[in-house]
Write a protein that binds this ligand. Structure first.
Ligand code: CAA
Length: 392
């Protein structure tokens, strides 16, 4: 694939370390060779590409950001963002499978888990032996996470869980589900508990498998708990800390989605750039027309800006402390860039952009969800504003 000289390549721009460049090259090669050629088929058939997850596991990508003592590689979050971007450029479905596994399920075990939980659950996810999923939203509440109805009642050394969770990425395919449940509705967000629930637990079943506009291979479904016993040793943090577990997890998750959005935008741009050189109109390549040049220029400028904002959030995360505002800014901007850019890329392809002969229509469909999941663009604006007002 021919690409322009953008921030992602330029030696004089934001300087990636040699290690980060090596990761970029390795993941790009893997994703372009293994994931890109079947992305259209995965999309068409709504097929969960398990073999892609296995390849990410055998390439040590599942453990990229986790300490070596838990079977990880110990790299930084910029490296992780690079990996998600390269995967998303090839196959957005595969990138969200990866991001939901690493950011939304394994990372909170590192942040909130005890030593035994890290050795047991984090290490298995870092090796890619177990696949993770995150369960916060419900049929009746998405943005208002504190309004969870799913109940967890402590009885002896088990919580008994009852309720329904919606929009679960890695749905029927996962092994561990990080579930936020309410122990006392009077306490609102301070009553939530975060539980790692294993597939196969008694009373744990799957509901509707969603038929989605984009990221169609990622297995999104409803999960149902009916008197499901969950051992206390599978609780992350303490009773009442579930909301904080969820919100801090989403801070990291939003960086994953920002990276995915950058990858979708860059992937579509790369296709449009190549097509604009090859396609002729009025006797010359369409990239000789300013109308096309301006679109390419504007898009690449915005994509580079989105990537920088995403790296900034990664650096803030690696420094430690809260990075809520930086993550929300990256996710808000990158997702809107992805939607704008992929729409323009379809425009550059004209009629061919509207049919499945070329992949850009898929990129446009895949982009839309980045403005919705892990907090809508409206929620990101709220989060950014509230942090600015607090002086953070
Ligand atoms: N990290 C740690 N703690 C945090 C936090 C964070 N990022 N954000 C808030 N908190 C803490 C606050 O400090 C506060 O603590 P105290 O109780 O000790 O005071 C508490 O949480 C409540 O905070 P707020 O008053 O700010 O919370 P709120 O109720 O006003 O608003 C919200 C929160 C921003 C609306 C939040 O509910 C939110 O982000 N909603 C969107 C949820 C979301 O992103 N859902 C997507 C689901 S996941 C998904 O998409 C599935 C998938 O598989 C991809």
């Amino acid at each position: 694939m021919t690409t322009g000289t953008s921030l992602k390549e330029s030696p004089m721009a934001f300087a990636l370390t040699q290690e980060q460049r090596d990761i970029q090259e390795m993941v790009r090669e893997l994703a372009q060779k293994e994931f890109a050629p079947k992305a259209a088929e995965v999309d068409r058939n709504h097929r969960f590409p398990r073999e892609n997850f296995d390849l990410m596991a055998s390439s040590d990508l599942c453990g990229l950001i986790f300490p070596e003592e838990y079977s990880g590689v110990g790299l930084d979050h910029v490296s992780y963002s690079i990996a998600v971007e390269e995967i998303a450029k090839a196959c957005a479905t595969t990138s969200v499978i990866y991001s939901a596994h690493v950011s939304l399920t394994a990372s909170p075990v590192l942040q909130w888990g005890n030593e035994e939980q890290k050795k047991r659950m984090l290490a298995a996810m870092a090796r890619g032996e177990k696949l993770g999923a995150f369960a916060l939203s419900e049929p009746g509440n998405g943005s208002d996470s504190a309004a969870a109805h799913c109940r967890a009642e402590l009885k002896g050394d088990h919580f008994i869980v009852n309720g329904v969770k919606n929009w679960i990425t890695n749905g029927v395919e996962a092994d561990y589900y990080l579930v936020m449940a309410q122990t006392d509705p009077n306490l609102k967000h301070r009553g939530l508990v975060a539980l790692m629930i294993e597939k196969g637990s008694k009373g744990f079943t799957f509901g509707k498998l969603e038929d989605k506009l984009g990221i169609r291979g990622s297995s999104t479904c409803q999960i149902i708990f009916e008197d499901t016993p969950v051992p206390v040793e599978n609780m992350l943090g303490k009773v009442g800390e579930g909301f904080k577990v969820a919100m801090s997890t989403l801070d990291g998750g939003r960086i994953g989605i920002a990276s995915q959005a950058v990858g979708i935008a860059q992937g579509a741009w790369d296709h449009a750039f190549k097509y604009s050189k090859e396609r002729e109109a009025f006797g010359k390549s369409i990239n000789k027309f300013q109308a096309i040049q301006f679109m390419l220029a504007e898009m690449q400028t915005e994509i580079d800006a989105a990537r920088l904002l995403t790296y900034n959030a990664c650096i803030a995360q690696d420094r430690g402390g809260r990075f809520t505002k930086e993550a929300a800014m990256a996710k808000l901007y990158a997702s809107e860039v992805a939607m704008r850019s992929t729409t323009k890329c379809v425009q550059i392809f004209g009629g061919y952009g509207y049919v499945t002969d070329y992949p850009v229509e898929r990129y446009m469909r895949d982009a839309k969800i980045t403005e919705i999941y892990e907090g809508t663009s409206e929620i990101q604006r709220l989060v950014i504003a509230s942090n600015l007002l607090k002086g953070q």
